[in-house]
Design a protein around this ligand. Sequence first.
Ligand code: NAP
Length: 168
Amino acid sequence: MLMKTEKPFVLALIAVIGPQRELGANNNLLWHISEDLRHFKALTMGHTIIMGRKTFESLGKPLPGRKNVVLSRSGLSLEQALVQEKAQAEEQAEVFVVGGAEVYRQAMNLADRLYITHVQAPLPEGGADVFFPEIDPLVWQETARDDQPRGATFPYPFSFVTYERRPE
Ligand SMILES: NC(=O)c1ccc[n+]([C@@H]2O[C@H](COP(=O)([O-])OP(=O)(O)OC[C@H]3O[C@@H](n4cnc5c(N)ncnc54)[C@H](OP(=O)(O)O)[C@@H]3O)[C@@H](O)[C@H]2O)c1
């Protein structure tokens, strides 16, 4: 198991979640919020993004302008991906874990920072089948928040929140 201190970079998880930490259904996102896609792009552009094979399939293609690292049990593990980044990343560069649920669960204990878009909207019919891990307030401190009453075409409130791991 890789220790946090072995990483020369900041490991950030980025996700958009519902009120009960809902992440997706049927290998798709639950909502499409253009402001959130812009936010995701602005943060991740030029950086490495690490994702599970199912999330990669759901995207359908690599995201441009970023190094896309796809995890699969028949390929790269999370540990191998992080060792590879350690060898290549510049000091204090941000490396992003972009999902999905299975990969967030494994990366949560290694992460330094979380970028969470909290969405207060009804779920699509059928609800969610994957969830983000619990964000324990004893572990994670909210350091930035931007509340939006609605998007240009999305009629519900959402908030861009940054959490940093509290010092041990
Ligand atoms: N709301 C959001 O921000 C957000 C972001 C991303 C994704 N999502 C949603 O999340 C869902 C997908 O999540 P998911 O949990 O089903 O799948 P996932 O985490 O995207 O991918 C799971 C796959 O990743 C590979 N994997 C996971 N851990 C690994 C490890 N330690 N070593 C090697 N390979 C590993 C395995 O691939 P193999 O089976 O090939 O071995 C596994 O089946 C979709 O609904 C998607 O839309 C939501």
